[in-house]
Structures are given as C-alpha cells and as structure tokens.
Design a protein around this ligand. Structure first.
Ligand code: NZQ
Ligand code: ZN
Length: 390
C-alpha cells in the first residue's frame, strides 16, 4: 500500500425525510443563500428548504447551469458579499455543489476570483489563500447522485474552453443531506449518467497496478458490483427506495477519497471526457464512460494484473486466456452501460474520425500530455484511445 493522508470532515445525514435536520445544522442567526439550478421541478423542494430554515434571512440564487459557468458563479459571489451571507446551502447535484464551493471561496476574495481556479493541478498558493478574506461555510441537499461532490474537496468550473478543477480542503461541505427520495424526480437519463459516472470514479481508482491495498480494492469492487446490481432497477423504478438508497451511497463513497487513499489512480478517462463535454456538450457521465472502455483496452499491458482482477472479481470471468478475459470484461462493462440506455460510441453522438484531432489539440492546449498512473498516455496514445471510442 502507498503512504497516504486521509481527511474528510463532511457530516452525512442519510435517509428518508431527513431534510428537517437543516434547522439544527445551520446556525440560528445565519443569513443564508440557497444556490440551485432554478428549474421549476425544484421549486417545491426549495420551498420546503425555506420552511425548515424558518426565521433566518434567506435569499435564493437560481440559474446554475449543468457544467457551471464561471460568470454565473461570480454573480452569486456578488450577491453573497452584498447581502452579508454567512451560510450557503447548495440544493442540487454536482454542478450546483461545485458552483457553491467556488462561491464559498470567492465571495470575499480580495482579487480576481479566476485566480482560485487551478489550471495545472497545483494546490492553491499561499498568496491566493491569503486573499480569501472569509470562507463562507456551506452544506448541501443532494438532488442527484453522480459526482461525489457532496462529500469531497473538488469543484469543476467551466471557464471558456477549460474545465479547471479547484481542489482544496476548505471546500469540503460542512454537511450533506442525502435523502434518496429527493432524487426520485431525476429523469432516467440523468440517473443513468450518474450510475456511469460513479462506476468510472471507482474504476479509475482501481484499474491501475496492484500495490497490495486489499481493502481499497475490495471497497472499489464492492461499489462497482453494487452499481451493477442496482443500476437497471434504479433506472426502471425511480421510486424503489432500496435500490436508489444503495445507488446514492455508492456514488458518494466512490469519490469521497476513501477508496483512492493509498493506491495509484488514473484519471485519463475523466480528463479526455471533460474535453468531450467542452467540445461537443456530451453529458459528464457518458463522456467518461465512453473513454473508460478504450482506456482499459489500449492500456491493457500496464493494467494487466488489475484488469484480470477486475474480470475475475467484478464480472466473475474464470475461463479463457488472459486477453480473452480482459476483452470479455471490457465487453461486459460496455453492455452494462448500454443496458442503462446510454450510447457508448462517439459516432452515436455524431462525432467522426475527422474530430479526433480537435480533441487531441485541446488535450495539448491543456497540457494533458502524460496522463495515466505512470504518465504513459502521450498525445499519440490519447489519439489511439479516442479512435477506439468512435
Ligand atoms: O433536468 P435539468 O433541467 O437538466 O436539471 C437538472 C440538472 O441540470 C437535473 N436534476 C438534478 N437533480 C434533479 C434534476 N431534475 C429533476 N429532479 C432532481 N432531483 O439534472 C441536471 C444535471 O445536473 P448536474 O448537477 O449538472 O449533474 P451532475 O451531478 O452529473 O454534475 C455534473 C458536474 O459535476 C462535475 C462535472 O464536470 C459537471 O460539471 N464533476 C464534479 C466532480 C467533483 N466535484 O468531485 C467530479 C466529477 O467527476 C465531475 O467532473
Ligand atoms: Zn466524474
């Protein structure tokens, strides 16, 4: 096992009808800003949140887009600063929570908030941290399971053609309310997207090379197996509480940093997937699922031992040569994603071989020229991966 430090201060309140807990989780005298998508399907939930918040001063900022835009977040920061907001509540999925994280750091930032965006994966510098005059604490009410943002320290903001990440321990939510019944209204397509995103999170912290990290491996396998078990049910039966509860908790655990502690990680599928969202507007879940399949295929030599473990333990494939087992595991992964109703080839999104260069160019612009657990994914290897996804 590799050395690691693990820290996660987010309180999870999980279960049916747990929204009322908001009242005790937020200081009685707080001025609260609710951050949300602002869509009408959510208005009933926002009203319930307001009722629970009682006499506190409560303002709303709706209009956070999927793949939240920098400019929208900056508007919310202005509102929070001008209204003296001292607590934020994100009511939404990954996009709303990520936006809220950025608003939390940026509302009282003494400078251009774009300085908080990390384009090169480097931590925030002390110079930048010193310019954050106050971090506005926040909690979340999760409406869509997918990203794990409700219990992690990451935020992805859309900034022009870039999707920079902010990763900093100051943006762990103080608490997250995970009431699976709140996610019942999520359209089937978004549920399927979330299942795939969660699966890929677990896979990318697992399909690398063995370091004898047995519990991390078994947790990752457990998450993937549970998603395979409950996935089709939770898409077909949105109000099946048990299936949805298992999905929601898997999704959180897949990216709360626990299974990734002490193991190598390979975020190639995510990094190429983010470019697909920027260039072609493909939703986040499919974008990373589409790329995971060829990543497993093209990088099979460096990932051989873990791919075989994946084939045997997750898919129970016991016969055939090593390569046959790996091929079958990739095939079964594809079938699982497709069984959820999601298209898994770039060509099905109207993207042909002529666009491969655009994707490679963007990877180059973003300096993603040595990806994977050992830096082997050069632009040339990325091109091979992309071509296999067509
Ligand atoms: O139906 P629409 O109008 O599209 O409305 C929303 C939303 O736009 C809908 N929705 C959400 N909850 C609902 C609901 N509809 C009905 N009932 C509900 N209860 O779903 C749409 C998509 O929501 P979004 O928040 O964009 O989805 P998701 O949670 O997948 O978040 C994606 C964002 O998270 C980032 C992605 O890059 C992307 O920007 N990620 C964040 C990560 C993190 N912070 O750790 C890691 C991830 O890998 C990912 O990169
Ligand atoms: Zn993801």
């Amino acid at each position: 096992m590799l050395n690691f430090e693990f820290y996660n201060p987010t309180r999870i309140v999980f279960g049916k009808y747990t929204l009322d807990n908001l009242d005790k989780l937020i200081p009685a005298k707080a001025n609260v800003l609710i951050v949300s998508y602002g869509i009408k399907e959510m208005s009933g939930l926002i009203d319930r949140v307001k009722t629970v918040l009682g006499d506190r001063k409560v303002l709303e900022f709706g209009g956070i887009e999927p793949n939240p835009h920098y400019e929208t977040c900056v508007k919310a920061m202005e509102l929070a600063r001008n209204e003296n907001i001292d607590y934020l509540v994100a009511v939404g999925g990954g996009s709303v929570i990520d936006a809220t994280k950025f608003i939390s750091l940026g509302s009282n930032y003494d400078g251009d908030p774009a300085e908080l965006l990390q384009f090169d994966g480097a931590p925030l510098s002390s110079e930048v941290i010193n310019k954050i005059k106050k971090i506005v604490p926040f909690g979340t009410v999760l409406t869509l399971a997918a990203t794990g943002s409700e219990m992690n320290d990451g935020s992805v903001i859309t900034y022009g053609k870039m999707k920079p990440l902010i990763q900093d321990e100051n943006i762990f939510p103080r608490f997250s309310i995970l009431d699976p019944t709140i996610t019942f209204t999520v359209p089937k397509k978004q549920v399927a997207n979330g299942l795939i995103d969660s699966f890929v999170h677990a896979a990318e912290q697992y399909i690398t090379y063995p370091v004898d990290a047995r519990i991390q491996d078994r947790m990752a396998e457990g998450i993937m197996q549970t998603l395979i078990e409950v996935g089709p049910t939770t898409v077909a039966e949105p109000e099946n509480y048990d299936a949805r509860a298992n999905f929601v908790w898997c999704s959180t655990l897949a990216l709360n940093r626990l299974i990734g502690a002490g193991v190598p990680q390979d975020w190639t599928a995510h990094l190429i997937g983010l470019e697909l969202t920027v260039l072609f507007g493909i939703d986040h879940g499919p974008s990373v699922g589409i790329m995971l399949l060829p990543v497993m295929d093209v990088l099979r030599e460096q990932k051989r031992a873990k791919l075989l473990q994946y084939a045997e333990r997750v898919w129970h494939i016991e016969s055939g040569s090593e390569d046959e087992k790996i091929d079958l595991a990739i095939q079964k992964t594809r079938e699982f994603f497709e069984s959820l109703g999601v298209k898994m080839r770039l060509s099905e999104y109207g993207i042909g071989a002529d666009r491969a260069q655009d994707i490679v160019d963007l990877l180059k612009e973003h300096k993603y020229t040595a990806m994977s657990e050992n830096g082997s994914v050069t632009l040339e290897v990325s091109r091979k991966i992309i071509e296999k996804a067509l």
